[in-house]
Design a protein around this ligand. Sequence first.
Ligand SMILES: Cc1cc2nc3c(=O)[nH]c(=O)nc-3n(C[C@H](O)[C@H](O)[C@H](O)COP(=O)(O)O)c2cc1C
Ligand SMILES: O=C(O)C(=O)c1ccccc1
Length: 377
Amino acid sequence: MTAPALPRLPEAPAAHTVLNLREYETIARGLLDPIFYDYVAGGARDEVTVRANEHGFARLGLLPRMLRGSDTRDLGVTLFGTPSSLPVFLSPTAFHRLAHPDGELATARAAAKAGVIMTVGMASTTSVADVAAAARQAVPDRAPALWFQLYLQPDMAVTRALVRRAEAAGCTALLVTVDSPVLGIHERNKRNGFNDLPPGVVCENLRDLTGSEPGHIRQIAMSADLGWDHLDRLREMTSLPVVLKGVLHPEDGRIAVAHGVDGLLLSNHGGRQLDTAPATVDLLPDMLAAVAGRVPVLLDGGVRRGTDVVKALALGATAVGIGRPVVYGLAAGGEDGVRHVVDLLREEIDHTLALCGATAPRDLTPDLVRTVPAVPR
Ligand SMILES: Cc1cc2nc3c(=O)[nH]c(=O)nc-3n(C[C@H](O)[C@H](O)[C@H](O)COP(=O)(O)O)c2cc1C
Ligand SMILES: O=C(O)C(=O)c1ccccc1
């Protein structure tokens, strides 16, 4: 068993020297323990889906409109009642204390100051209550904009305990991950022998649940026995909006709506579960058709540029999530790094809207998106 050492305190790069999200990956790679970098960057099996997500955006072009924009643009959206300054939210990622000693606290402060929603992972290395306190302290005059990511547990008492913790912390929605009946196989982790957290790093939300290993990642039960009935029982146990994360087949989108979900997050887990699942942006039109406007559809996977965000919104997504770029920003510069990642995207989205003749996300329509031959990078 090899657990990576905690990273040394990284030197925060001067913000002006980092120009885009991909550069944050390069910087993080130089700072992180290679075992943890591989954990973050990697995906399932051949990592086909990891590459496909970014490639999906590369195969779409934006066809701008002229002479109809405005110098004042509004990027804000409201997602399940939670306002966000951007149509971008932070997707849940586990183990932030492996990227930076301040862990999820730094991420929460950055998200709160940037006015975007952070999804706290069930496998966070800071408790959801402490994350919420950090967000509140960072921006005292605003309610924290936090969602909680949940793996449905076959023991519904455990599920209930986690939901109560998220509610008590003030989370305003539950993202329920359903793409993990079993955990994806990451060959990089196998090669590196990465199968445990270093001493002192604990999944704080799992500390005092039933089970013999308090705070251990093995406390999270992945179960292929879960079914739609478990979702129904979750629906009955909370009045929080429930967003299903990881549905990919349009028929599952229809079933989810019939079961009363408040929204869908079209996600292939960043290519970390079923390898060769298609790119999420390629699946978006079919999912939107299946859902037919009954609930908002969010998307994550491979979003690295403002143009990616604008393409997804133009096709009909309500907002998009970012996963790895947040961890890379955190590794590179703690709170400032995450803040800069969000602010870089903000500037790129605003600039792209201007160039497309749009003043707000609602101006974006599918006719602005064309399939093109991907240009090699
Ligand atoms: C290091 C890492 C940890 C993740 N942990 C979780 C998790 O605990 N729960 C979950 O639902 N998704 C998890 N995800 C998936 C993300 O929520 C998201 O779907 C994915 O990262 C989006 O793709 P992107 O990284 O290309 O932006 C994780 C992703 C990464 C990279
Ligand atoms: O690494 C992941 O993608 C992930 O979702 C996960 C699942 C269980 C524990 C920690 C992370």
